[in-house]
Design a protein. Structure first.
Length: 73
């Protein structure tokens, strides 16, 4: 399997990663102390993001797409 590594400080080479970081920043703003984040906070953010419709997925949620893939096999 080929492995791709982005160059340091080349955020445009990591589009999906940078998009996910932006989504996470809605819940955990820059400068927030990670020591103050609870597991409940993380679980809530993950649940909300997995249940958010995405244009890229034809306005389905990531959870719907994942469940659809798992149900068909």
């Amino acid at each position: 399997m080929g492995v791709y590594r982005a160059h340091a400080y080349h955020s445009w080479e990591r589009g999906t990663n940078e998009n996910w970081n932006g989504l996470m920043r809605q819940f955990f703003p820059k400068g927030m102390l990670f020591a103050t984040i609870t597991q409940t906070d993380v679980d809530r953010a993950v649940r909300l993001l997995n249940d958010r419709p995405r244009k890229r997925l034809g306005y389905a949620t990531p959870r719907e797409v994942f469940n659809g893939c798992c149900d068909s096999h």
